[in-house]
Each structure stands twice: as structure tokens, then as C-alpha cells.
Design a protein around this ligand. Structure first.
Ligand code: GLN
Length: 535
């Protein structure tokens, strides 16, 4: 029978509810239970595919081609499972389904109402995702009391009466420096607000800059009517993978199991702990530069716009006993100031992206890496950029570019994928890219084949453009080796340079399949080359 763990936010969003949800799932998975996770996003968008990266951060791509909230990435990484796109529920999807059903007369001519029809649709979607799992973690995006998440809270309140369930509230405790104290009042208000909606939290997870002390826990337990042992501390940590270990130290796994009336089981988190230890304190440092067009955001920097790439770097580095020092570089700065600052890095990753802004800075960076034999991994756009650079500077094709930048079609090194022209004409942007996992064939004798250790590979994709077949042979003459192609041999999926320690590109997104204890080969290759360069 499926059991639910509902994770709800109080006070403010952006607290890392996704990491809390994933960590709780990890504790249950470690005990041998089957676990899945659902993310509810109360926005009207059907999916995250059309969201601006600078506002919303990375778009996560599922194996089955969903463009989803990045929290699903945390679930996949912590739980080491593939999560399908149906596990992301948005307001847009729910209303669209209900309206379409109404149009098919499936409500028999009665009034279709927000209550109960919207929560019913939400419940059906959650139950479909949870089917056959021992536990389903459901994270409700936003914060309690937001107008847009009321129907979702209504739905999970009902599910909690129909199935065994736990409500876990994540709240924020501000630290007031002038009084040197964590304040619990916002938590008290958030819990009270949730109670008004008919939900009594079973656990409160307190997010704060520092650990919560005994007196504060006591206040929360008294004022929120929660056992003191069910106030779980979740202070800032340098490595998110430590969170399950912190929760385990506080007995959260056992407390959850007991809440459901189950017997606790033996578990082993020793490999995970070792992995965390390397990331926290290894003295073998690799400096990784992530060049991207979405790094800068006014005066601050986007922390999560390339989140899966940052995590994939950590997984790969840890597998080699190294700790990465990762720096994101705004490509606009390279455009303005030149490439001198790149000398400090042991390797560079050229990131995914769309549109013109910052592209030239990325091209300059690829050129620097090629000429200075600095290890480079180009991911999707990062590979397209590298090929454009070679076309311009090795083949001397003036104005070479991607058709995405509206260049002259005669010098479009990167061109439309055939099926894309029609979509673009119809302004049909949502969910129409080449999305999800696609197989590719690797050529033996290549660096990439050696890293993957097999001819048949699969990575997830998200793009509209591809290497223009007209330029393949010229690029090959310039030293590019297309080491992997689509099974029908039409699409160039992987490339590498012959006379370079590690200059590799892929049209895919290997970051989406990287897991803490199962790093992805192209990242391992990059970090290995970076270490070799240092030693
Ligand atoms: N904009 C490029 C394309 O659509 C690259 C996309 C990406 O980097 N994911 O092909």
C-alpha cells in the first residue's frame, strides 16, 4: 500500500524543500523501501519548458522528455531512480485536463466546480504517480496560504484521510544578529496558517543559518503542538548530500517508519558518507570554470541555472577523490574583458543555452580552450559553439554561426533539426524540442567510446538545432572527429578533437543522468584530464 509524505513550505520559498524531500526519500530508500517523488508547481504553465532560465533556473529533462522543475533532479540524484514527467503536476495541466473532459461531456452535463473537480483531478494524478511504490513523497511548491496552492493543499488534506500519510512542514527561522537569536514566530504563524486549512503538521523541519538550539525547539513544540523530537534541525550545510545524514542523526528515518507503524530495517549509508566526506574535505582540488550566458543576474549570480552540471561535476570529481572548486563565468564578461581570466582554471564546461546574448563570449572561451589545450566539455549549445568557433577560426568561414542567431543560411554550421521548421512557423514552442533520452552509436577507438566503455549509449536531449550535414566533412578536415552519431547516422551526437588532451562535445545533456555514486563518463573524463594537467 502506498504511503504519502507531504512536504509543505511555510514562511518563504527557496528554502530547499526539494533537498528535504529528496533526503527524506533517501532515508526510506536506504531501508529498502521503494520510493518515488512528485513535485507540485502551482503555476499555470503546462511545464517548465518555456520558463526563462534567468528567472526559474535550470529546466530538468526527464528520460521520457518532460521539461520539468529542477527539484525532480534532486529526487533522481538522491533516490537514484528515473522519475517520469507525470510526477510533475502544474495548475495548467490540471485545469486543461478538467476542461477537456468537460468538452467531451464526461461530467454528464453537471456544473464543473473548483471544489471538488480540481482536487479530484490532482488526487488522481498523485495516485497515478504513486502506484506500486511503498512511499510517495509529494512536495507542494510555494508557501502555505498562497492563493494558487490552496486547491493542492485541499487535495493532499483529503489524500491524508484516505491513505497513511505524514505532513512535514519546512519553515524558516531568521537569525537576528543584533539579538544573536533564531526567531520562531514566523514558524508559529506558518503552522497556524496550515492548521486553518485543516492540516496539522506531524513534523517541522527548521531551516536556518545555524543549528536550532534546545530552547527554540521547545518553543516550537509548545506553540505548534508538535512533539519536541519531531522538530528536526536543518541548518545551512556546505554540501547538500549531507542533509540525509543530518536527518538520520536526529532519527528522522526511524521516526517516520514508526509513525507508519512499520518495523525499522537495517541500512547502510557508508558509501554515501564517504562521498560526502570527499566533497567536504578532500585536499585534491580541481578548479572548474562553467562558462554560461545565464550566470549574471543584476548584481548577483544565479546559483541554480546550471545546477545539474554543477552536481555532475561534484559526482565525477568525488569518484576520483577530488573536490571541485566551481566558478561560474558570465560569458558577457569574457566578451567585454577577453579570456585572460580563464588561465586560473583546470578545465572548462561550455553550457547549454538559447539565443544570441553572450554567445560570442562562449565562442571566445571555446577558442581559448582549443588553443591552450585546456580541457573542455561542451554540452549541447556548448558543443555547437565549439564547432562554430572551429569553422570560423580553423576553416576560415567568415560569419559562421548557428541559424538560431539568424545568420546567413550559407554559413549556418548549426541548422534546424528538420521537424523544427514547421513548429517555428506555427509559433509552437511548448514541448516541441527534441526532448528526452535518445540512443547514439559510438565509434570504437575514440576517447568518448573508451570513457563510456560501450558502443550503445543514451543521453537526454533538449534542442532544436543540430550540426548541419553540409559542413561535416569540412569540420572533419579541420580535426573534428564525430565520435558518436544517432543510430540512423543522421545526427552528430558526440565530437572530440584529435590533437587535444580533452576537447569533447555532445548534443546531449549527460548532466541529467549523473548520480552521486554513478558519475557520467564525460564528466569523469573532463575531471581526469583536469587533474592530469595539474599533476
Ligand atoms: N539552443 C540550442 C538548440 O536548441 C542548444 C540547446 C541547449 O543547449 N540545450 O539546439
Amino acid at each position: 500500500m502506498t504511503r504519502f509524505i507531504f512536504v509543505i513550505g511555510g514562511v518563504l520559498s527557496g528554502l530547499g524543500k526539494g533537498v528535504v524531500s529528496a533526503s527524506v526519500g533517501k532515508l526510506l530508500k536506504a531501508r529498502g523501501f521503494s520510493v518515488t517523488a512528485v513535485k507540485i508547481d502551482p503555476y499555470i504553465n503546462i511545464d517548465a519548458g518555456t520558463l526563462r532560465p534567468t528567472e526559474h533556473g535550470e529546466v530538468w529533462v526527464t528520460e521520457d522528455g518532460g521539461e520539468i522543475d529542477q527539484d525532480l533532479g534532486n529526487y533522481e540524484r538522491f533516490l537514484d531512480i528515473n522519475i517520469p514527467k507525470q510526477n510533475n503536476i502544474t495548475t495548467g495541466q490540471v485545469y486543461k485536463a478538467v476542461i477537456e473532459r468537460e468538452r467531451r461531456l464526461e461530467y454528464d452535463g453537471r456544473d464543473v466546480e473548483v471544489i471538488p473537480d480540481i482536487p479530484n483531478e490532482i488526487k488522481a494524478r498523485i495516485l497515478a504517480a504513486a502506484k506500486d511504490f511503498d512511499f510517495c513523497i509529494v512536495e507542494v511548491g510555494g508557501t502555505t496560504g498562497d492563493i494558487e496552492n490552496l486547491v493542492f493543499l485541499h487535495a493532499i488534506r483529503e489524500l491524508g484521510r484516505e491513505y497513511p500519510a505524514v505532513y512535514l512542514m519546512v519553515t524558516y527561522l531568521p537569525f537576528l544578529r543584533n539579538v544573536g537569536e533564531l526567531k520562531t514566530k514566523p514558524t508559529q504563524h506558518a503552522v497556524a496558517r496550515l492548521r486553518e486549512l485543516g492540516i496539522m503538521p506531524d513534523f517541522v523541519i527548521t531551516r536556518a543559518e545555524i543549528p536550532v538550539d534546545g530552547p527554540r525547539k521547545w518553543i516550537i513544540s509548545q506553540r505548534c503542538f508538535i512533539d519536541r523530537e519531531r522538530v528536526i534541525d536543518d541548518p545551512d550545510v556546505s554540501c547538500i548530500y549531507e542533509v540525509p545524514l543530518l536527518f538520520e542523526k536526529q532519527g528522522l528515518g526511524k521516526k517516520l517508519i514508526e509513525h507508519f507503524g512499520l518495523e525499522d530495517k537495517p541500512f547502510d549509508l557508508s558509501e554515501w558518507s564517504k562521498f560526502v566526506e570527499v566533497l567536504k574535505s578532500s585536499e585534491r582540488i580541481v578548479k572548474v570554470g562553467i562558462i554560461g550566458k545565464y550566470v549574471a543576474s543584476g548584481a548577483s549570480e544565479h546559483a541554480d541555472v546550471y545546477i545539474s552540471i554543477l552536481e555532475a561535476v561534484k559526482h565525477a570529481a568525488a569518484s576520483l577523490g577530488a573536490r571541485p572548486l566551481i566558478k561560474q563565468i558570465p560569458s558577457q564578461i569574457i566578451e567585454r574583458d577577453g579570456t585572460a581570466s580563464l588561465a586560473e582554471f583546470d578545465c572548462i564546461i561550455g553550457t547549454p543555452g538559447f539565443g544570441k546574448d553572450g554567445t560570442e563570449g562562449m565562442i571566445l572561451t571555446a577558442k581559448y580552450c582549443r588553443e591552450n589545450k585546456l580541457p573542455y566539455l561542451g554540452i549541447c549549445y556548448g558543443m555547437q559553439i565549439a564547432l562554430i568557433e572551429i569553422a570560423r577560426n580553423v576553416l576560415g568561414i567568415e560569419g559562421a554561426n548557428s541559424i538560431e542567431m539568424h545568420c546567413d543560411p550559407s554559413v549556418a554550421i548549426i541548422d534546424f533539426l528538420e521537424e523544427q521548421r514547421a513548429y517555428m512557423k506555427q509559433l509552437n514552442y511548448g514541448g516541441t524540442m527534441r526532448l528526452g533520452a535518445y540512443p547514439a552509436k559510438l565509434k570504437s577507438g575514440t576517447k568518448i567510446h573508451e570513457l563510456y566503455g560501450s558502443e550503445d549509449v543514451s543521453e537526454r536531449h533538449r534542442h532544436r538545432y543540430e550540426v548541419n550535414p553540409r559542413f561535416i566533412s569540412e569540420l572533419e578536415k579541420a580535426g573534428v572527429f564525430f565520435s558518436g552519431v544517432s543510430p540512423d547516422r543522421v545526427l552528430m551526437e558526440f565530437m572530440e578533437l584529435k590533437d587535444h588532451p580533452y576537447f569533447v562535445g555532445t548534443q546531449g545533456h549527460p548532466e541529467f543522468k549523473s548520480r552521486p555514486l554513478r558519475p557520467r563518463p564525460l564528466f569523469v573524463g573532463l575531471i581526469k584530464a583536469a587533474i592530469a594537467r595539474k599533476d
